[in-house]
Design a protein around this ligand. Sequence first.
Ligand SMILES: Nc1ncnc2c1ncn2[C@@H]1O[C@H](COP(=O)(O)OP(=O)(O)OP(=O)(O)O)[C@@H](O)[C@H]1O
Ligand SMILES: [Mg+2]
Length: 325
Amino acid sequence: MRKSSLDRENGNGGRIAKFPLGGADTGGVDAVGVLDSRILPDSEFIAQWDAVIVETSQKDRLLSQSILNFTLREKVNRANLPLHGLIVLHGPPGTGKTSLARGLAARTAEAIGRLGQFRYIEVEPHALTGAALGKSQRAVRDLLGQTVAEQAERGPLIVLLDEVETMAADRGRMSMDANPIDVHRATDAVLAQLDQLAAKYPHLLFIATSNFTQAVDGAFLSRADLIENIGMPSPEACRAILQSAVEELARSFPATARIPLDADFDRAAKQCVGLDGRRIRKLVIAACALNKQTAIDPNKLSASDVLQAAKQAQAESLSVMGEQS
Ligand SMILES: Nc1ncnc2c1ncn2[C@@H]1O[C@H](COP(=O)(O)OP(=O)(O)OP(=O)(O)O)[C@@H](O)[C@H]1O
Ligand SMILES: [Mg+2]
Protein backbone atom coordinates (compact mmCIF):
# COMPACT_ATOMS: atom_id res chain seq x y z
CA MET A 1 0.00 0.00 0.00
CA ARG A 2 1.50 3.32 -1.02
CA LYS A 3 0.34 6.80 -0.34
CA SER A 4 0.21 9.79 -2.58
CA SER A 5 2.25 12.87 -1.80
CA LEU A 6 -1.03 14.66 -1.08
CA ASP A 7 -1.48 12.54 2.05
CA ARG A 8 1.38 14.11 3.91
CA GLU A 9 0.18 15.86 7.00
CA ASN A 10 3.45 17.33 8.12
CA GLY A 11 4.52 19.04 4.90
CA ASN A 12 3.21 22.16 3.34
CA GLY A 13 0.74 20.38 1.12
CA GLY A 14 3.08 19.62 -1.76
CA ARG A 15 3.77 23.22 -2.73
CA ILE A 16 7.18 24.29 -3.92
CA ALA A 17 8.79 26.39 -1.20
CA LYS A 18 8.98 30.13 -1.90
CA PHE A 19 10.71 32.62 0.34
CA PRO A 20 11.04 36.38 0.25
CA LEU A 21 14.39 37.69 -0.88
CA GLY A 22 16.60 39.59 1.52
CA GLY A 23 16.05 40.01 5.26
CA ALA A 24 17.21 37.55 7.90
CA ASP A 25 18.69 34.22 6.78
CA THR A 26 15.78 31.83 7.18
CA GLY A 27 17.49 29.12 5.17
CA GLY A 28 14.90 29.67 2.44
CA VAL A 29 15.60 27.95 -0.88
CA ASP A 30 13.43 28.62 -3.91
CA ALA A 31 13.98 25.84 -6.44
CA VAL A 32 11.94 23.23 -8.29
CA GLY A 33 11.64 20.07 -6.22
CA VAL A 34 12.39 21.76 -2.87
CA LEU A 35 9.37 21.30 -0.64
CA ASP A 36 10.78 22.84 2.51
CA SER A 37 13.99 24.44 3.68
CA ARG A 38 15.02 25.88 7.02
CA ILE A 39 17.79 26.47 9.51
CA LEU A 40 18.32 23.71 12.10
CA PRO A 41 17.69 22.87 14.87
CA ASP A 42 13.97 23.48 14.50
CA SER A 43 11.50 23.06 17.35
CA GLU A 44 8.74 21.69 15.10
CA PHE A 45 11.05 18.90 13.94
CA ILE A 46 12.22 18.16 17.47
CA ALA A 47 8.56 17.75 18.47
CA GLN A 48 8.04 15.32 15.58
CA TRP A 49 11.03 13.26 16.72
CA ASP A 50 9.74 13.16 20.29
CA ALA A 51 6.22 12.19 19.16
CA VAL A 52 7.34 9.02 17.40
CA ILE A 53 7.43 6.12 19.83
CA VAL A 54 9.99 3.50 18.79
CA GLU A 55 12.67 1.61 20.73
CA THR A 56 15.11 4.07 22.32
CA SER A 57 17.96 1.97 20.90
CA GLN A 58 16.67 2.65 17.39
CA LYS A 59 16.62 6.41 17.91
CA ASP A 60 20.10 6.19 19.46
CA ARG A 61 21.41 4.23 16.48
CA LEU A 62 20.03 6.75 14.02
CA LEU A 63 21.41 9.72 15.91
CA SER A 64 24.85 8.18 16.39
CA GLN A 65 25.17 7.35 12.69
CA SER A 66 24.01 10.79 11.71
CA ILE A 67 26.46 12.52 14.05
CA LEU A 68 29.28 10.25 12.88
CA ASN A 69 28.71 11.40 9.33
CA PHE A 70 29.74 14.90 10.36
CA THR A 71 32.52 14.01 12.79
CA LEU A 72 34.25 11.20 10.88
CA ARG A 73 33.72 11.57 7.16
CA GLU A 74 36.10 14.45 6.54
CA LYS A 75 38.87 12.68 8.45
CA VAL A 76 38.94 9.28 6.73
CA ASN A 77 39.98 8.08 3.31
CA ARG A 78 36.86 7.09 1.36
CA ALA A 79 38.73 4.29 -0.38
CA ASN A 80 39.28 2.52 2.93
CA LEU A 81 36.25 3.65 4.94
CA PRO A 82 33.53 4.42 2.44
CA LEU A 83 31.01 6.68 4.16
CA HIS A 84 28.52 8.04 1.65
CA GLY A 85 26.48 10.26 3.96
CA LEU A 86 23.22 8.40 3.35
CA ILE A 87 20.77 6.99 5.89
CA VAL A 88 17.70 5.09 4.67
CA LEU A 89 14.51 4.63 6.70
CA HIS A 90 12.04 2.14 5.31
CA GLY A 91 8.87 0.48 6.50
CA PRO A 92 5.09 0.42 6.12
CA PRO A 93 3.10 3.63 5.60
CA GLY A 94 2.29 5.69 8.68
CA THR A 95 5.03 4.33 10.92
CA GLY A 96 6.82 7.64 11.51
CA LYS A 97 9.60 7.57 8.90
CA THR A 98 9.22 11.15 7.71
CA SER A 99 8.78 12.46 11.25
CA LEU A 100 11.89 10.57 12.38
CA ALA A 101 13.90 11.81 9.40
CA ARG A 102 13.03 15.45 10.08
CA GLY A 103 13.60 14.99 13.79
CA LEU A 104 16.91 13.28 13.17
CA ALA A 105 18.06 16.28 11.16
CA ALA A 106 17.12 18.64 13.99
CA ARG A 107 18.61 16.47 16.75
CA THR A 108 21.87 16.10 14.81
CA ALA A 109 22.21 19.86 14.42
CA GLU A 110 21.43 20.27 18.10
CA ALA A 111 24.10 17.73 19.09
CA ILE A 112 26.94 19.14 16.95
CA GLY A 113 26.02 22.77 16.46
CA ARG A 114 29.69 23.60 17.03
CA LEU A 115 30.26 22.71 13.37
CA GLY A 116 28.32 25.81 12.34
CA GLN A 117 24.84 26.67 11.20
CA PHE A 118 23.05 23.58 9.85
CA ARG A 119 20.72 23.93 6.89
CA TYR A 120 17.90 21.62 5.88
CA ILE A 121 16.30 20.94 2.52
CA GLU A 122 13.38 18.62 1.90
CA VAL A 123 13.16 17.27 -1.62
CA GLU A 124 9.86 16.37 -3.23
CA PRO A 125 10.86 13.64 -5.70
CA HIS A 126 7.41 13.65 -7.34
CA ALA A 127 8.02 17.22 -8.49
CA LEU A 128 11.18 16.08 -10.27
CA THR A 129 10.01 12.90 -11.93
CA GLY A 130 6.55 14.23 -12.73
CA ALA A 131 8.13 16.43 -15.37
CA ALA A 132 7.63 15.71 -19.06
CA LEU A 133 9.62 12.92 -20.66
CA GLY A 134 13.28 13.79 -20.92
CA LYS A 135 13.13 16.39 -18.14
CA SER A 136 13.58 14.22 -15.04
CA GLN A 137 17.28 13.67 -15.47
CA ARG A 138 17.88 17.39 -15.92
CA ALA A 139 15.64 18.23 -12.94
CA VAL A 140 17.57 15.80 -10.72
CA ARG A 141 20.89 17.13 -11.97
CA ASP A 142 19.83 20.73 -11.34
CA LEU A 143 18.56 20.00 -7.88
CA LEU A 144 21.46 17.89 -6.63
CA GLY A 145 24.25 19.41 -8.72
CA GLN A 146 23.24 23.03 -8.22
CA THR A 147 20.77 23.67 -5.39
CA VAL A 148 22.14 21.07 -2.97
CA ALA A 149 25.76 21.82 -3.89
CA GLU A 150 25.20 25.57 -3.36
CA GLN A 151 23.70 24.99 0.07
CA ALA A 152 26.46 22.52 1.00
CA GLU A 153 29.05 25.19 0.16
CA ARG A 154 27.55 27.36 2.90
CA GLY A 155 28.02 24.87 5.75
CA PRO A 156 26.61 21.65 7.21
CA LEU A 157 23.55 20.47 5.28
CA ILE A 158 20.97 17.72 5.77
CA VAL A 159 18.77 16.77 2.82
CA LEU A 160 15.60 14.71 3.17
CA LEU A 161 14.72 12.61 0.12
CA ASP A 162 11.20 11.62 1.09
CA GLU A 163 9.68 8.65 -0.74
CA VAL A 164 12.92 8.14 -2.58
CA GLU A 165 11.64 5.21 -4.68
CA THR A 166 10.26 7.81 -7.09
CA MET A 167 13.68 9.29 -7.60
CA ALA A 168 15.95 6.25 -7.35
CA ALA A 169 13.68 3.66 -8.95
CA ASP A 170 15.07 0.15 -9.23
CA ARG A 171 16.42 -0.03 -12.78
CA GLY A 172 16.65 -3.81 -12.61
CA ARG A 173 12.91 -4.29 -12.09
CA MET A 174 11.77 -1.79 -14.66
CA SER A 175 10.03 -2.72 -17.81
CA MET A 176 10.79 -0.20 -20.48
CA ASP A 177 7.09 -0.15 -21.42
CA ALA A 178 5.78 0.68 -17.98
CA ASN A 179 8.65 2.91 -16.88
CA PRO A 180 10.00 5.43 -19.33
CA ILE A 181 13.70 5.51 -20.07
CA ASP A 182 13.61 8.95 -18.50
CA VAL A 183 13.14 7.45 -15.01
CA HIS A 184 16.02 5.09 -15.71
CA ARG A 185 18.26 8.02 -16.54
CA ALA A 186 17.04 9.97 -13.53
CA THR A 187 18.19 7.11 -11.27
CA ASP A 188 21.59 7.10 -12.98
CA ALA A 189 21.78 10.85 -12.44
CA VAL A 190 20.94 10.50 -8.72
CA LEU A 191 23.71 7.93 -8.21
CA ALA A 192 26.30 9.95 -10.10
CA GLN A 193 25.39 13.12 -8.19
CA LEU A 194 25.41 11.34 -4.83
CA ASP A 195 28.95 10.10 -5.45
CA GLN A 196 30.17 13.52 -6.49
CA LEU A 197 28.51 15.30 -3.59
CA ALA A 198 29.75 12.72 -1.07
CA ALA A 199 33.32 13.18 -2.29
CA LYS A 200 33.18 16.96 -2.21
CA TYR A 201 31.11 17.76 0.89
CA PRO A 202 31.87 15.81 4.07
CA HIS A 203 29.34 17.91 5.99
CA LEU A 204 26.41 16.81 3.88
CA LEU A 205 23.97 14.08 4.91
CA PHE A 206 21.09 12.59 2.93
CA ILE A 207 18.25 10.94 4.80
CA ALA A 208 15.98 8.94 2.50
CA THR A 209 12.63 7.36 3.32
CA SER A 210 10.67 4.70 1.48
CA ASN A 211 7.71 2.46 2.16
CA PHE A 212 8.53 0.40 -0.87
CA THR A 213 12.17 -0.69 -0.62
CA GLN A 214 11.83 -3.30 -3.36
CA ALA A 215 11.29 -0.43 -5.74
CA VAL A 216 14.46 1.41 -4.68
CA ASP A 217 17.52 0.84 -6.82
CA GLY A 218 20.02 -1.65 -5.37
CA ALA A 219 23.00 0.58 -6.13
CA PHE A 220 21.34 3.41 -4.19
CA LEU A 221 20.71 1.16 -1.18
CA SER A 222 24.27 -0.18 -1.29
CA ARG A 223 25.51 3.39 -0.78
CA ALA A 224 23.58 3.71 2.50
CA ASP A 225 25.69 3.88 5.66
CA LEU A 226 22.69 2.73 7.70
CA ILE A 227 19.39 1.16 6.63
CA GLU A 228 16.79 1.12 9.41
CA ASN A 229 13.49 -0.68 9.23
CA ILE A 230 10.79 1.31 10.98
CA GLY A 231 8.25 -1.36 11.79
CA MET A 232 4.67 -1.41 13.02
CA PRO A 233 4.38 -0.32 16.67
CA SER A 234 4.68 -2.93 19.43
CA PRO A 235 1.68 -3.47 21.77
CA GLU A 236 3.32 -1.16 24.36
CA ALA A 237 3.97 1.47 21.70
CA CYS A 238 0.35 1.20 20.48
CA ARG A 239 -0.86 2.02 23.96
CA ALA A 240 1.59 4.89 24.35
CA ILE A 241 0.59 6.36 20.96
CA LEU A 242 -3.11 6.15 21.81
CA GLN A 243 -2.46 7.77 25.18
CA SER A 244 -0.40 10.54 23.63
CA ALA A 245 -3.23 11.28 21.15
CA VAL A 246 -5.75 11.49 24.00
CA GLU A 247 -3.36 13.70 25.99
CA GLU A 248 -3.15 16.07 23.06
CA LEU A 249 -6.93 16.32 23.06
CA ALA A 250 -6.97 16.82 26.83
CA ARG A 251 -4.78 19.92 26.49
CA SER A 252 -7.81 21.72 25.08
CA PHE A 253 -10.64 19.49 26.39
CA PRO A 254 -9.59 18.67 29.96
CA ALA A 255 -12.47 16.28 30.72
CA THR A 256 -10.89 13.78 28.34
CA ALA A 257 -7.80 13.51 30.58
CA ARG A 258 -9.47 10.72 32.59
CA ILE A 259 -10.01 8.48 29.53
CA PRO A 260 -6.72 6.53 29.91
CA LEU A 261 -7.78 5.49 33.43
CA ASP A 262 -10.84 3.62 32.14
CA ALA A 263 -10.80 -0.16 31.50
CA ASP A 264 -12.23 0.47 28.02
CA PHE A 265 -9.07 2.42 27.20
CA ASP A 266 -7.01 -0.74 27.85
CA ARG A 267 -9.32 -2.66 25.57
CA ALA A 268 -8.99 0.04 22.93
CA ALA A 269 -5.18 -0.09 23.19
CA LYS A 270 -5.29 -3.87 22.59
CA GLN A 271 -7.46 -3.30 19.51
CA CYS A 272 -4.77 -1.01 18.14
CA VAL A 273 -2.20 -3.79 17.76
CA GLY A 274 -1.61 -4.22 14.03
CA LEU A 275 -2.48 -0.59 13.21
CA ASP A 276 0.18 1.93 12.23
CA GLY A 277 0.95 5.00 14.33
CA ARG A 278 -0.88 7.39 12.03
CA ARG A 279 -4.03 5.25 12.13
CA ILE A 280 -3.89 5.06 15.94
CA ARG A 281 -3.62 8.84 16.30
CA LYS A 282 -6.42 9.35 13.81
CA LEU A 283 -8.80 6.99 15.58
CA VAL A 284 -9.05 9.42 18.49
CA ILE A 285 -10.36 11.97 16.01
CA ALA A 286 -12.68 9.33 14.56
CA ALA A 287 -13.96 8.68 18.10
CA CYS A 288 -14.88 12.36 18.45
CA ALA A 289 -16.76 12.13 15.17
CA LEU A 290 -18.88 9.15 16.24
CA ASN A 291 -21.71 11.45 17.22
CA LYS A 292 -22.61 15.08 16.73
CA GLN A 293 -22.71 15.95 20.43
CA THR A 294 -19.08 14.88 20.92
CA ALA A 295 -18.10 16.72 17.79
CA ILE A 296 -19.72 19.88 19.20
CA ASP A 297 -18.07 19.38 22.59
CA PRO A 298 -15.13 16.90 22.57
CA ASN A 299 -15.12 17.06 26.40
CA LYS A 300 -17.95 14.52 26.11
CA LEU A 301 -15.66 11.91 24.58
CA SER A 302 -15.62 8.64 26.57
CA ALA A 303 -13.26 5.67 26.69
CA SER A 304 -16.00 3.52 25.17
CA ASP A 305 -16.11 5.88 22.15
CA VAL A 306 -12.36 5.36 21.78
CA LEU A 307 -12.87 1.59 22.03
CA GLN A 308 -15.57 1.68 19.37
CA ALA A 309 -13.38 3.75 17.04
CA ALA A 310 -10.46 1.36 17.63
CA LYS A 311 -12.64 -1.63 16.71
CA GLN A 312 -13.77 0.16 13.56
CA ALA A 313 -10.20 1.06 12.62
CA GLN A 314 -9.14 -2.56 13.13
CA ALA A 315 -12.05 -3.84 11.02
CA GLU A 316 -11.26 -1.34 8.24
CA SER A 317 -7.60 -2.32 8.28
CA LEU A 318 -8.49 -6.04 8.04
CA SER A 319 -10.87 -5.39 5.17
CA VAL A 320 -8.24 -3.37 3.28
CA MET A 321 -5.72 -6.19 3.82
CA GLY A 322 -8.34 -8.69 2.56
CA GLU A 323 -8.89 -6.65 -0.59
CA GLN A 324 -5.15 -6.46 -1.24
CA SER A 325 -4.44 -10.18 -0.80
N1 LIG B 1 5.62 4.85 16.20
C1 LIG B 1 4.90 5.98 16.26
N2 LIG B 1 4.72 6.62 17.43
C2 LIG B 1 3.99 7.75 17.51
N3 LIG B 1 3.41 8.35 16.48
C3 LIG B 1 3.56 7.77 15.27
C4 LIG B 1 4.30 6.57 15.11
N4 LIG B 1 4.28 6.24 13.81
C5 LIG B 1 3.57 7.20 13.18
N5 LIG B 1 3.15 8.11 14.06
C6 LIG B 1 2.38 9.34 13.75
O1 LIG B 1 1.76 9.15 12.50
C7 LIG B 1 1.83 10.35 11.72
C8 LIG B 1 2.47 10.05 10.40
O2 LIG B 1 3.85 9.88 10.54
P1 LIG B 1 4.87 9.99 9.31
O3 LIG B 1 4.30 10.87 8.26
O4 LIG B 1 6.20 10.31 9.86
O5 LIG B 1 4.85 8.48 8.77
P2 LIG B 1 5.55 7.83 7.50
O6 LIG B 1 6.15 6.54 7.95
O7 LIG B 1 6.47 8.82 6.88
O8 LIG B 1 4.33 7.54 6.55
P3 LIG B 1 4.34 7.33 4.98
O9 LIG B 1 5.11 6.08 4.67
O10 LIG B 1 2.89 7.18 4.66
O11 LIG B 1 4.95 8.56 4.38
C9 LIG B 1 2.56 11.37 12.57
O12 LIG B 1 1.60 12.16 13.23
C10 LIG B 1 3.33 10.52 13.57
O13 LIG B 1 3.54 11.18 14.78
MG1 LIG C 1 6.49 9.69 4.97
